[in-house]
Every structure is written in structure tokens, then in C-alpha cells.
Unconditional design. Structure first.
Length: 317
């Protein structure tokens, strides 16, 4: 019965979604559910996502997709899989599943974190998610002392801190989180992001590597020179690690106007990239700016819902 519904969706996508491309966006694939990261795919969810797209859609690499968009030769129900930031679990958990289902993928790396630092949002989740603590000193960001009880209140508080810090200049953002750790005498969580060697291993296993700036700043908060530096630096570091050209880019946070501007798009072109992905929801076709490709957040927890939303997005745009 369910198989029939999936085949019907496949047929609708084939007929009404011609020459359209879905690009899925993931960050982590967690070995087990993490209550502080409820929206991240777990290994079991990611496995059925990949099983579904390999059975009912046509997973292709972003490079093939670009060629398909240019020549109007995209296969039916074309889909690309992408990951942002550069988590170790992209290599240890996701890659074996990608390999098993023969699904190509691109991983966009923010290069500063390959030295062992964690990203600011993870540092907040790790601090506030520490169940040994019920009270936090958040005077440094004007929130005073805050008590938490369950995971819901820990998550609410984390999101509140993220909202207060995300759009700070990235250097000040790091300083602010450093201060919160110091004020709470907290230990850093072990590294979550890939080392240079792990990035190279992932590439050697056939995963495309793209750039995602060096420090993961909100590019709109930087002047043109700083943006250029952040974008070019991540490209050149990755090219040294991989010993080959890096031509794909993802904007941190990824929303036009909020997170990057048309000036940023020009800088990305000048740096020698061939395409770039945003986090704007939707699908791409031959009329889409390849420097602002749209993506799709795969957060559904049921296969039929996931498939329906994929095809609905493909057909409606
Ligand atoms: Zn990112």
C-alpha cells in the first residue's frame, strides 16, 4: 500500500517536476537522538532518507546537477545531498550510508574549526545541555542568573542565547561564548568538527568538498574586504588539504539580506567558485542563479510525509 503511494509520488515528480532539482541540506547525522539537537537527523532517520531517495528519486552529484541545469538534461526526480559545516559524523556515520545507497554528496566546510574548536551554536548547546548544572550565570549577555529544569527549558534558553549572539561580529561572538564558559567554570566539549586528515579521507571516499568560509561569520555583518578574506581563505585552505580545486560554496546561515547580500554573491564569483547554495527553501531550474541555489530541509519524521513534501516542493515551484 505504502509502496504504491511512493510510486505514485515518483510518477507525479517525473511528469510535473521536469528539469527541476531538489537539494537536501543536512548538518549532522547523529549516532543517537540528542535532546539538545532534536532537529538533526539520526543514523536511522538518515538511513531511510537515503533508502527512499535511492529507490524513488535520482540522486546525483552537485557537479552533475550543474551540468544538467545548463543543458536541460537533469534526470527525473533529480536530488542532491549536501551537508554544512564539517562535522566528524559526516565521515563516520553518514558516509558509510551514502556509500551503501550509492548517493553522491557535497560537504561544505568552515575551515577554522578543523583545528579542534567547536562552533558557537554547539558550544551553547553543550554548555546549557550539561545536566550536571541547573543554574547558569548569563550576566555577560544581560540575562542574569537563569535556572533550567528539563530539556525543553534548556533548549529555549539555548535558542535565546543564540538569538543574542548569532549576529555579533564572529570574533566578538567567540569572546562572548568564552566569557560564558569562564563565568560558569565550564569545560569545553571534545571536538565535533573534522580534522584536515578527516576532510581529506572524506574526499578520497568520493564526497565532494565545498567551502563555507573560514570562521562561519554572518557575512552580511562584515565589510567587503573581510568577506573576501573569509571566503577566499576557506577555499585556499581546502585546496591545500585536498590538492585540487574547490569550486562550490555555501553561505553561512544562508538567507539573502539577513545573512549575505548581492555584494557577497559577487565576491563568491570573483573568488573563482562555480556555484553556491543558500538556505532559501525551494527547488532550482534553468532560470535559477547558480550562485544562489535553493535547498530543502528534510525534517520530516515519516517516509511518506518526507516524500510528499519533496515532490510537492518539486511540483509547486
Ligand atoms: Zn553553516
Amino acid at each position: 500500500m505504502l509502496g504504491l503511494a511512493h510510486r505514485l509520488l515518483q510518477l507525479i515528480g517525473k511528469n510535473l517536476g521536469k528539469q527541476k532539482l531538489s537539494i537536501l541540506i543536512y548538518h549532522q547525522v547523529l549516532p543517537d537522538f540528542d535532546p539538545m539537537r532534536p532537529d538533526e537527523a539520526t543514523e536511522s532517520v538518515f538511513r531511510w532518507h537515503m533508502a527512499l531517495i535511492s529507490r524513488y528519486m535520482t540522486p546525483i552529484s552537485l557537479a552533475e546537477a550543474m551540468q544538467g541545469l545548463r543543458n536541460n538534461s537533469l534526470p527525473q526526480n533529480a536530488v542532491c545531498v549536501t551537508f554544512d559545516d564539517g562535522y566528524i559524523n559526516n565521515l563516520t556515520v553518514a558516509q558509510p550510508i551514502l556509500d551503501e545507497y550509492q548517493v553522491p554528496a557535497t560537504v561544505y566546510i568552515a575551515t577554522a574549526f578543523s583545528d579542534g574548536k567547536n562552533m558557537f551554536n554547539d558550544r551553547i548547546f553543550d554548555l546549557i545541555g550539561d545536566t550536571q548544572r541547573q543554574r547558569f550565570d548569563l550576566k555577560a549577555i544581560g540575562l542574569g542568573e537563569v535556572d533550567v529544569s528539563d530539556y525543553a527549558s534548556r533548549l529555549d534558553l539555548s535558542y535565546q542565547i543564540i538569538r543574542k549572539t548569532k549576529y555579533l561580529h564572529y570574533a566578538l561572538r567567540v569572546e562572548t561564548i568564552d566569557k560564558l564558559y569562564k563565568d560558569n567554570a565550564a569545560q569545553e566539549y571534545p571536538r565535533r568538527m573534522m580534522t584536515s586528515e578527516q576532510i581529506k579521507t572524506l574526499s578520497d571516499k568520493g564526497v565532494e568538498i565545498g567551502a563555507h568560509t573560514h570562521d562561519h561569520p554572518i557575512l552580511r555583518t562584515l565589510d567587503a574586504a573581510e568577506q573576501s578574506e573569509q571566503i577566499a581563505q576557506s577555499k585556499s585552505i581546502l585546496e591545500v588539504i585536498l590538492d585540487k580545486g574547490v569550486t562550490q560554496f555555501a553561505y553561512p546561515n544562508g538567507k539573502l539580506d539577513d545573512d549575505y547580500s548581492l555584494e557577497t554573491v559577487e565576491i563568491v564569483k570573483q573568488c573563482g567558485f562555480e556555484n553556491a547554495v543558500s538556505t532559501l527553501q525551494g527547488v532550482s531550474d534553468s532560470s535559477t542563479d547558480v550562485f544562489q541555489l535553493q535547498r530543502f530541509l528534510p525534517w520530516d519524521n515519516h517516509p511518506l510525509k518526507f516524500h510528499t513534501r519533496l515532490i510537492h516542493t518539486l511540483v509547486k515551484s
